[in-house]
Design a protein around this ligand. Sequence first.
Ligand SMILES: [Zn+2]
Length: 519
Amino acid sequence: MRKRLLYILIFTSSINIFPQPFGKISVVTDKGIKDIPSYSREKTVYFSIKDFAEATFTNYFYNDKNGKIELKFENYLMKVTAKNPYIVITERETGKQIIYQLPTSTYSLNNLVFIPVITSIKPLEQAWGKRLTYNVPNKLTVGDKLPVVEPLIVTNDVKTATNLYFNITDLSISEKANGTLITIHSNKRIPSYYSSHKDSTLTIVFRQVNADTTRTERNNLSGLIKKIETKNIGADTELKLVVGKNYATNEVMNAEGSNDILITIHNKLFSKSKEETKTREKWDFDIIVIDAGHGGKDPGALGVNKVKEKDVNLAVALSLGELIKKEMPDVKVVYTRDSDTFVDLYKRGKIANENNGKLFISIHCNSSKKKPTDINGVEVYLLRPGRTDEAIAIAERENSVIEYEDDPNRYEKLTDENFILVSMAHSSYMKYSESFADMLNNQFRDNTKLKARGVKQAGFYVLVGASMPSVLIETGFISNSKDANYLKSKSGQTQLSEAIFAAIKEYRNYYEKQMESEL
Ligand SMILES: [Zn+2]
């Protein structure tokens, strides 16, 4: 058995490296038939471009120092380089260049440059101005004159041409503790994409872009992803990722500040630990952590009616806690603070984790630079890279609390890269956070006097630390006089806490049904 496996390995790798003789190709021209040898390598048939030139009586110049061969046709020169996927065709009269990309690089052996037969037909036709047909078994016929072909790209520079022609120019893969990060390098904003997962293959389609397939394919990968296949289909690019059995979920997002696309492939880290502890108790909906934002020396935002954000947050938090204790006596309430005290952001998440919370709710008030403002309403936030300038600004304001802390350097800047790590850790809860956020938004819309501004996403440090479904509520604009008066009033605070509690009730139902089916 072992011996057999060894044979297979040797056989397979020999195909990858060494071309195998693949019979003769008969080159048929109006001057007669000439046979040239062909070779197969990774299921592709190649011939030597020099043999081809000789068989077709085409003049050529070969520079064996740099492995370049140039075929001199009537109107065009065609340059092929060893170990390079590009064929450069130059119009003799104007010097304009047309670049073709082969699906694989050419290879060189014994001082000859080999090109794949089928995919070289188009550039050969372009350069020669004659129709070429390749028939099995191995007959290449040079036919009549072709009408003038419209060049694909015309430029004098190969590098520019590649970049002009391909939007997705490359990709990079990095392995993280809880998954794999793939960065798709694109020189154009990718307008839309979608992904699907079936039979251990994750398919991602990028709309309205094309990819340099030679640079975006990967084989024999050893991580979570085994293989990446890239295809340009019509106006779109399709990436097929063969993922191992440890695959759990994926996320596709636009990178901040570039046209790159980030794909995170998460492994089953969390589901595994869940399997290990298939006990009901661990997943019981038994602890809710309520986090009143700011406090003590940190007042938070200041309202147009002089109300302090820290006081509104605490009042709503305590009112909500009372409701839970009364209406859901089997659920324990944990406050990150229950008085006017200052608590570091990281400690808030720590408190939540140490108490094994099942839901983390951070309560804040929104504010705007312009005071007073017409902007009003309540927003629910999920932890994800901020997509809008507005969301980023809000996260920056809430995150600026760390200036009050002893060690502001404790928090790494939420760059794309480390954000991915964080969002990966949160991905297994994201489904729950999203559902709860939707329920909250509906409750605010239907049962409060505030305008429900929807569910948004941004990078809040306070949510980073909590390893459980978590949301942050911006309960209205303290910089808007109507909102500020509502937030200051006992009736407003009660209405808010009742709406949050109604969403918790709904969420508990949903959560328990989910756990029932997952455990
Ligand atoms: Zn705040």
